[in-house]
Design a protein around this ligand. Structure first.
Ligand code: NAD
Length: 398
């Protein structure tokens, strides 16, 4: 069995969300068990109690631990002996439920892995951050693109100065699935994402723009200063943005752009990032995640492939690989790398160590707060005709 250090056993996982017909909950569970360091033992899988019970069999969870609500999950699990109850809870519900569930989980003493965006509002995110800062628990946020080996490779290269000073970041997340009003055709995922009471102040910019923004922050470590954004609703009848772009000024003078679309014909999950430094530039696409291009004027373009044995790979890149080069690794493995780092912290916490809350390999509560600030300032800037607004939150990762 893969190690959980001094803990000496698998971590016990509970999940909220992930019921029949849902998307990302199954990915959380698959990612969490990939390294054989965790097992799913309990869940409140759905907002509907009967569907929650019905979903248990899909995960081989004992029916007695398929709960009708998240409150019941926390109450009943807390009452179990310490050697049976869940260690951590993953949250894979629509956005409006992240805060109540995460708050209850932290208060009940469980570690948390929460999906993005962190909460429905910035105020909720700030309240949650306060709670997490005084807890002993690990809190990870699944900005899962940070888990790709070549993203980790790029991050270490950039932080070591291999591209010189970073002057420009172009981050995009382009989809096309909301080109029509899918939300009026009973498509569940579209319905809540386009509903401000469930999605939050932004649509596309909250759902996927936050991933693109987070990727630039994670890979460069540059602190933002100001943002100017233009968000648009292009599909008639929709109330939240389905397209937008933002310009970001970073403290060191760099310029960044974030473009997010859900209305671009034929585009699937096209997350792309291009970063320009004074001595090199790089480019990475998640739809072809095992390659990264590094360019330097006057030299042939270098294609880095994900290869755990290659001398050009650095320690962060190698540590994030599971398979030899050429066997494609992708979404599940990257997601599992977020879990792997969070599990290391949970295993440490079991020895009494207080978890590091800010400088973690996995995206954490600070990244979550920054994502919410990005959303709220983008929406506010757009409403004010692209006015420049502050973007450096006091709780920003640094
Ligand atoms: P979904 O609609 O497919 O699934 C949501 C699930 O949550 C359903 O099973 C639903 O019944 C359940 N749920 C709703 N309210 C609940 C409650 N009160 N108690 C228990 N379960 C409840 O949504 P999805 O596409 O899987 O998205 C879920 C979350 O994951 C969202 O916050 C979304 O932004 C995020 N997400 C992240 C990624 C990523 O790559 N990190 C990808 C997709 C979605």
């Amino acid at each position: 069995m893969a190690t959980n250090g001094a803990l000496g056993r698998k971590l016990r996982m509970g999940i909220v969300g992930g019921g029949q017909g849902s998307f990302i909950g199954r990915v959380h569970v698959t990612a969490a068990v990939l390294d054989n360091r965790a097992a799913l033992v309990a869940g409140a899988f759905s907002s509907d109690a009967a569907r929650s019970k019905a979903s248990a069999a899909d995960y081989d969870v004992d029916p007695s631990r398929a709960y009708g609500s998240y409150q019941e999950l926390f109450d009943k699990e807390r009452a179990l002996p310490a050697d049976r109850r869940v260690d951590f809870v993953s949250i894979a519900t629509p956005n409006h439920m992240h805060f109540p569930v995460a708050k209850a989980a932290v208060e009940a003493g469980f570690h948390v892995v929460c999906d993005k965006p962190l909460t429905l509002t910035l105020a909720e995110a700030e309240a949650l951050a306060k709670l997490v800062s005084s807890s002993q628990g690990v809190f990870a946020v699944t900005h899962n693109y940070t888990g790709y080996p070549l993203v980790r490779q790029a991050r270490e290269m950039i932080l070591a100065g291999e591209l010189g000073e970073i002057q420009a970041i172009r981050a995009e997340y382009i989809q096309g699935w909301l080109r029509t009003r899918l939300e009026s055709e009973g498509q569940k995922q579209a319905a809540w994402r386009t509903d401000p009471t469930k999605s939050g102040a932004a649509g596309c910019f909250g759902d996927i723009g936050t991933h693109a923004y987070n990727l630039g922050r994670y890979m460069t470590g540059l602190l933002p200063e100001k943002i100017s954004a233009n968000l648009k609703v292009f599909v008639p009848g929709r109330s939240l943005d389905d397209y937008g772009h933002a310009v970001i000024r970073y403290e060191n003078g760099a310029l960044g752009t974030v473009t997010a679309s859900q209305i671009s014909h034929g585009r699937e999950n096209d997350v792309r990032i291009q970063i320009d430094g004074t001595s090199g530039s790089l480019e990475w696409h998640q739809e072809e995640p095992n390659k990264m291009i590094v360019r330097r004027n006057g030299q042939p373009h270098a294609i880095y492939t994900r290869d755990p044995n290659a001398p050009f790979m650095n320690a962060s890149g190698k540590a994030a690989c599971r398979l030899p080069s050429g066997h494609p690794e992708a979404f599940f493995e990257a997601f599992a790398n977020v879990y792997r780092a969070a599990f290391d912290a949970m295993a440490d916490a079991a020895t009494g160590a207080v978890p590091e809350k800010t400088n973690t390999i996995y995206p954490n509560i600070h990244d979550g707060v920054e994502g919410m600030y990005f959303i709220e300032q983008s929406v506010a800037s757009s409403k004010a005709d692209g006015a420049w607004l502050p973007l450096k939150h006091p709780l920003a990762r640094r």
